[in-house]
Design a protein around this ligand. Structure first.
Ligand code: C5P
Length: 218
C-alpha cells in the first residue's frame, strides 16, 4: 500500500500552514511546507544576485539548494533563516520564482521525497494537482482576502512590526492573482478537493474538520 498523503492547498495567509502542521503533529505524520522551498530559492537568488526572472539561473540554484529543516527551524547553508524567509521580500520573491517551470521541476523530486511512512501532510499550491495527484485526501483551504489580510496584520503587530492594512490586502490580492494566473501549476480548487473556508472558523475548528476527514478515510 502506498504511503498516505493529505494534500492541503490554498492561497497565502489562509492559515493552511498552521492547520497542516497541527494536523501532522496530531497524526504523527511527516510535514512538508512546500512554500518554504520557494521562499528559500528566492532568498538564495537575491543573495547571489541572480535576477528572479532568470529561469536557468534560478533553477540551477533550486536544484542545488543547500537547505535543511531541523526542529522546526529552516536552515540555508547552515544559517537559520526561519524568520528571514517570512519577510515580505521573500513572499513576493517566492511567488515570482514559482512561475518558472524549470524551478518547479527542480523542486519536484525533493518534495516527493517527503512521502514516508506512516504518512505525509503536504501543504502548498499544487500538492494535490501536481506533486501528489494520488493523495487520498485533498483539501482546499481558503478564507476571504479581507480575513487573510487581517490575520497577517495581527501577526505583524504582535511581532512589533509596522503594518498597513491597505497595502497588505493589495499585496495579497496581487500574489493571489499571480499564483492563480500562471500557466504552470496554478492555484485552483480541484474537483476532488474538499473546500474548507476558514473565514468564520478558528484554527482549532479547522484542525478538527481536517482530522475528521482523515479519520473518515477521505
Ligand atoms: O505558502 P507560502 O505563502 O509560503 O508560499 C510562498 C509562495 O510560493 C506562494 O505565493 C506561491 O507563489 C509559491 N508556492 C508555489 N507552490 C507551492 C507552494 C508555494 O508556487 N506548492
Amino acid at each position: 500500500r502506498p504511503v498516505p498523503v493529505l494534500a492541503i492547498d490554498g492561497p497565502s495567509a489562509s492559515g493552511k500552514g498552521t492547520v497542516a502542521a497541527r494536523v501532522a503533529a496530531a497524526l504523527g505524520w511527516h510535514y512538508l511546507d512546500s512554500g518554504s522551498l520557494y521562499r528559500l530559492v528566492a532568498l538564495a537568488a537575491m543573495r547571489a544576485g541572480v535576477p528572479l526572472d532568470d529561469e536557468r539561473g534560478v533553477a540551477a540554484l533550486a536544484a542545488a539548494l543547500p537547505a535543511s529543516f531541523e526542529d522546526g527551524r529552516v536552515l540555508l547553508s547552515g544559517e537559520d533563516v526561519t524568520d528571514g524567509i517570512r519577510s515580505e521580500a521573500c513572499s513576493v520573491g517566492a511567488s515570482k520564482v514559482a512561475v518558472l517551470a524549470a524551478v518547479r521541476a527542480a523542486l519536484f523530486d525533493r518534495q516527493r521525497d517527503y512521502r514516508a511512512a506512516p504518512g505525509l501532510v503536504a501543504e502548498g499550491r499544487d500538492m494535490g494537482s501536481v506533486v501528489f495527484p494520488d493523495a487520498g485526501i485533498k483539501v482546499f483551504l481558503t478564507a476571504s482576502a479581507e480575513a487573510r489580510a487581517e490575520r497577517r496584520y495581527k501577526q505583524l503587530i504582535e511581532k512589533g512590526s509596522a503594518a498597513n492594512m491597505e497595502s497588505l490586502l493589495k499585496d495579497l490580492q496581487e500574489r493571489d492573482a499571480r499564483d492563480a494566473a500562471r500557466p504552470v501549476a496554478p492555484l485552483l480548487k480541484l474537483p476532488d478537493a474538499v473546500l474548507l473556508d476558514t473565514t468564520e472558523r478558528n484554527v482549532e475548528q479547522a484542525v478538527a474538520f481536517v482530522l475528521d476527514l482523515v479519520r473518515a478515510g477521505g
